[in-house]
Design a protein around this ligand. Structure first.
Ligand code: IVH
Length: 687
């Protein structure tokens, strides 16, 4: 095929993939109803990424892969809004709502029975105003002072639930569109972000809104891209030409069909129904995945809304009903010290169980020694408790008037409560850490992390089995897991034949996890799953990563000074060296085989070759085969093209086989593949 025709074919395939990916992202983020598995989605994604890597000239700005592209800015540019971005007036009780309703009727002359309201949660995030020109996202602004906002386009583009391209057939989407919505950090991600920050001894965010604002207002879009921000849209500020909606409800449905996620909403036909819905939301809001500080009430009829007009601050037909942050009183029964994976000692208040913001709370973290002193929390105190960002229980104040004199002050232990090693607090740090190399608490947490789904994914190695293993003294680090025998496991409480066999098998299977998983599983401070991917991609072997100096590490994209120091320090530890040695000896592939096979000779025998796999292989998973090929220098394509050197054909091959035949691409059986990569075919072990 001539070069031009081939490029045209790839361009078409890339466009099809982009369409499919957009559609699946729409189903996932907007409709909350995905129709394919994560693995299937990853496959489409990987194929597009590879095509774009091979043909950079075919990359388009609106490609779903091109979310992170902006440069690091020195400041945000101020841009005038097309019209003022107003705020809302607040209501705190039923009387305020009745007064709002009466005023609306008198200002507009509307009849009681003609007024319908739409009620939405008031998302505790950060307002964004987005412009789309010719269907493409062209500008993203913060609210700023309402007259001009800050240009955060590069950061907004990284938020995966924000469409880069409007949905709909060409010609059916508006030429110009301006929408308003809220960017937020889901409650669970906020809790996780703060947990990591606390472990690292960094200042935590007070609530998800601050975390979202801090994440969106980053001068480096790559930092924003690393935060799992989401968005919901509730207003169309401009739609040209024409305006094909007359009510809030129609506007929301149009937003959704254009590709925007919208908040849940309810329509109320009367004031009494509105008051009931407000009461329902008082509790119901806690079940949402994001923090809310109230609900927003809007007149449904937009003509009526326009008639009501606005003050310079807020529209007269919309109202924010604020729920007070729920606060309850409870008693501190004890203050215990927890030891985390990195050895951080965290004081935790054990509380008389109490219901607050949708769940029963019996513990509240006190973060660190300074916090306990600052709040002056003592065992036996009565305290006021609330949930920060609707998730993290926190002690607001101590009711000192209720003290009897029997309360006991807390002091940070100078020994680790779990292993008895010295606990030290370095100058300038807020966190006290256990120095014990073999601290069971650290060991427990690090094993749980090692075996976690994003780590080495060892099914059946949950916290209770880890506890038993540590207690029985069977493992001193994650490397020991690979030398456990069924007989060892059978000695553990509640461990039957079948579970023991399954666990041994799961541990064995985990030996083939790729390098990125292993790096993540090692639990190095500041190295999350994305960071691990980047490191694996850059260093390609654990040995090279181990040898990297801080300066080497700083050349890796996304690795800052703190992370570089943490990685270099981690690999200098004798305990880490011992662990990696054990993993190699056990045959954990990412630690051993790959680099040994290639590294000794320094050759990549399959460099420059591209293979594609179809069907099921009997000797290994598809992922393992891909990792193996890559380790030998080959590229693994997702789709057969003229560039493919061979198609590896497993059981029940798909349409790729037809394509390979049509293109005259060589096919390879599993046996031939095993021979190629220097493996013994199954069932033919040499004596
Ligand atoms: S409507 C003219 N709807 O709350 C004002 N606002 O205190 C139009 N907010 O600045 C705003 N969720 O950032 C509206 N469902 C929702 C909202 C919402 C959160 C924010 C918005 C606004 C603030 C007002």
């Amino acid at each position: 095929m001539p070069e031009e025709a081939r490029i045209e074919e790839v361009r078409k395939r890339a466009e099809t993939l982009r369409k499919e990916i957009r559609e699946h992202q729409y189903r996932y983020y907007v409709l909350d109803c995905p129709t394919i598995s994560d693995e299937e989605f990853d496959r489409l994604w990987d194929e597009l990424v590879r095509l774009e890597e091979q043909y950079p000239e075919l990359v388009t700005l609106d490609s779903p892969t091109q979310r992170v592209g902006g440069e690091v800015a020195s400041a945000f540019r101020a841009v005038p809004h097309t019209r003022p971005v107003l705020s809302l007036s607040n209501a705190f009780d039923e009387g305020d709502v009745r007064a709002f309703h009466r005023r609306l009727l008198s200002v507009t002359g509307a009849k009681e029975q003609d007024v319908r309201y739409v009620v939405e949660p008031k998302i505790d995030g950060l307002t964004v105003v987005l412009r789309y020109e010719g269907g493409n996202l062209s500008l993203g602004l913060t609210r700023g002072d309402g007259i001009q906002g800050e240009d955060v386009t590069a950061n907004v583009r990284t938020v995966r639930s924000i469409p880069l391209v409007l949905r709909g057939e060409a010609g059916a989407t508006p030429d110009f569109l301006e929408v308003r919505g809220e960017v937020y950090l889901p409650k669970q991600d906020f809790a996780e972000l703060n947990r990591r920050k606390e472990e690292a001894g960094e200042a935590t965010f007070a609530n998800p809104r601050n975390a979202a604002a801090g994440s969106l207002r980053q001068l480096d879009p790559r930092v924003t891209a690393g935060r799992p921000l989401r968005a919901l849209f509730y207003e169309i500020r401009a739609y040209e030409p024409g305006r094909p909606f007359r009510t809030q409800e129609e506007m929301l449905s149009l937003l959704q069909s254009l590709g925007f996620p919208i908040p849940p909403y309810e329509v109320c036909g009367s004031l009494s129904q509105l008051l009931k819905v407000i009461e329902d939301w008082r509790e119901k809001r806690h079940t949402l995945p994001y923090d809310t500080d109230g609900i927003v009430i809007k007149v449904d009829d937009l003509e009526l809304e326009a008639r009501a007009g606005a003050t310079s601050h807020s529209p007269r037909a919309e109202l924010a009903f604020k729920f007070p942050a729920e606060q309850v009183e409870t008693k501190v029964l004890d203050i215990v010290v927890q030891v985390g994976r990195t050895g951080a000692l965290t004081p935790v208040a054990i509380l008389e169980p109490v219901r607050v913001a949708g769940s029963t709370v019996s513990r509240a973290t006190l973060h660190n020694e300074d916090m306990v002193k600052e709040k002056d929390v003592r065992v036996g105190d009565w305290v006021i408790l609330q949930k920060a960002g609707d998730v993290i229980p926190e002690i607001v104040t101590v009711l000192k008037d209720k003290r009897t004199g029997a309360e006991k002050e807390f002091s940070m232990p100078d020994k680790c409560p779990v292993c008895g090693a010295d606990a030290v607090r370095l100058p300038g740090e807020a966190v006290t850490r256990c120095t014990g190399m073999a601290c069971p608490a650290q060991l427990r947490e690090s094993l749980i992390h090692f075996a976690s789904r994003d780590g080495m994914d060892i099914t059946g190695l949950g916290s209770s089995t880890v506890d038993s293993l540590v207690e029985a003294g069977l493992v001193r680090d994650a490397g020991d897991l690979y030398f456990l025998k069924k007989e060892d496991l059978l000695k553990l409480p509640r461990m039957g034949e079948k579970s023991a066999e399954n666990l041994v098998r799961a541990i064995e299977n985990s030996k083939s996890r790729p390098l990125s998983r292993l790096i993540f599983a090692l639990g190095i401070r500041h190295v999350g799953d994305r960071g691990a991917d980047v490191l694996a991609e850059h260093f390609k072997s654990i040995d090279k990563l181990m040898k990297a100096t801080e300066e080497d590490l700083l050349t890796v994209p996304d690795v800052g000074p703190e992370t570089a120091r943490a990685i270099a320090t981690a690999f200098r530890q004798e305990s880490m060296k011992v662990l990696i040695e054990k993993l190699k000896k056990a045959g954990v592939k990412a630690a051993a085989a790959v680099e040994a096979a290639v590294g000794l000779t320094g050759q990549k025998p399959l460099a420059g070759k591209t293979y594609v796999i179809t069907g099921t292989l009997s000797s290994m998973t598809r992922r393992e085969a891909e990792e193996l090929l890559k380790s030998l220098g080959a590229k693994v394509g997702q789709d057969v093209s003229k560039n493919t050197d061979a198609l590896i054909v497993g059981d029940q091959p798909g349409s790729k086989l037809d394509r390979a035949r049509a293109l005259g691409v060589r096919t390879m059986t599993e046996e031939e593949f095993l021979e190629l990569v220097g493996r013994e075919p199954a069932g033919c072990t040499m004596s």
